[in-house]
Design a protein around this ligand. Structure first.
Ligand code: HEC
Ligand code: HEC
Ligand code: HEC
Ligand code: HEC
Ligand code: HEC
Length: 183
């Protein structure tokens, strides 16, 4: 009961000076089930970075935060955010897809595979959903895993690090040398 009161007080404190996006983030921390809104997801749009004032506000609340609260950013796929379910499903209330993946994806996205000489096996086989969530993700680019974990979800880390040049890459991203769709 007491901690609830403290939370409510903090909530008022936070709501005081922050822009809409931050309010939503704060709300999300305290109440589960607040759907992601534009504020948290606009970075998933090409080049759109309208959260600069939010970002400032966010820093401020981070500094003020008396207790460590896990806060997860969500990247939302544009048509999903737009609630345009029927862009991919047979209707707004159907789970069935209009087309199979990857044809579905390429109905909107440029078919980058056509131009690639050497394709990465799972991309070539249309296993887009092994690496991307179709709706939303905590990871950039709608990825199913963070950073290297994505690669290690299929490739054996130990085996790989025995092989040159991987024994010397340190923390370097796999993507500096490899294209996730091709080579
Ligand atoms: C960009 C395409 C796309 C859009 C837009 C989209 N979906 Fe989906 N949805 C998919 C794909 C692809 C799957 C299949 C996921 C799988 O097989 O793992 C799916 C699966 C689902 C499922 C099955 C359960 C699950 O999550 O896997 C539900 C329910 C669903 N979608 C609801 C919705 C609703 C509601 C909307 C609109 C708010 C929506 N979808 C918009 C592509 C989309
Ligand atoms: C109805 C159109 C539509 C369909 C179908 C669609 N997308 Fe998208 N997708 C978009 C738009 C619009 C964007 C945002 C603009 C952009 O980055 O090009 C986007 C962005 C993305 C991004 C980049 C997200 C980011 O954070 O930069 C990925 C990855 C992606 N889509 C994967 C997929 C995959 C995989 C499928 C098939 C399961 C798919 N898309 C189907 C419209 C679509
Ligand atoms: C092995 C994992 C993997 C597979 C399979 C995969 N992708 Fe990706 N995809 C990635 C990664 C990683 C990125 C981010 C690349 C980066 O940040 O440079 C990405 C980026 C994207 C983007 C955003 C490109 C941009 O410039 O913002 C789109 C769109 C996309 N993928 C669509 C697809 C589609 C469609 C398929 C299926 C044909 C697919 N991907 C299969 C890993 C994968
Ligand atoms: C969904 C499973 C899956 C994921 C995720 C995945 N791969 Fe692969 N990858 C494969 C398969 C299958 C092959 C082909 C068989 C093989 O060579 O092991 C392959 C082959 C490769 C090859 C060798 C290509 C060649 O012809 O020699 C490289 C390099 C590679 N992957 C890098 C990556 C990187 C980097 C990531 C993370 C961005 C990644 N893979 C994520 C399944 C995956
Ligand atoms: C400094 C560049 C570099 C980085 C960073 C790098 N690789 Fe490689 N990788 C290579 C080279 C070079 C090869 C061997 C040539 C080839 O087969 O493409 C290779 C080969 C591979 C292969 C095929 C291995 C085989 O036995 O056939 C896989 C899978 C792979 N890399 C995955 C990864 C993953 C996962 C990461 C991130 C942890 C990563 N690489 C980071 C350069 C790099």
């Amino acid at each position: 009961m007491r901690s609830k009161l403290v939370k409510m007080m903090l909530l008022f404190l936070f709501l005081g000076g922050c822009a809409a996006g931050s309010k939503e983030k704060v709300l999300k921390v305290f109440f589960d089930g607040v759907p992601p809104s534009g504020g948290a997801s606009h970075e998933s749009l090409e080049g759109v970075k309208d959260g600069s004032s939010d970002a400032l506000c966010q820093k401020e609340t981070d500094a003020e935060r008396p207790i460590a609260i896990e806060e997860k950013k969500v990247f939302v796929h544009y048509p999903y955010e737009d609630r345009d379910c029927s862009a991919c499903h047979l209707s707004n209330s159907s789970q069935s897809l209009k087309e199979e993946v990857p044809a579905l994806c390429f109905s909107c996205h440029d078919n980058f595979l056509e131009k690639m000489e050497k394709k990465h096996y799972p991309a070539e086989e249309g296993m887009c959903l092994e690496c991307h969530n179709p709706h939303q993700s905590e990871n950039e680019k709608l990825l199913t895993h963070k950073g290297r974990e994505l690669c290690f979800s299929c490739h054996d880390q130990e085996d790989l690090f025995k092989v040159e040049p991987h024994n010397e890459i340190g923390d370097e991203s796999c993507l500096t040398c490899h294209d996730p769709h091709g080579e």
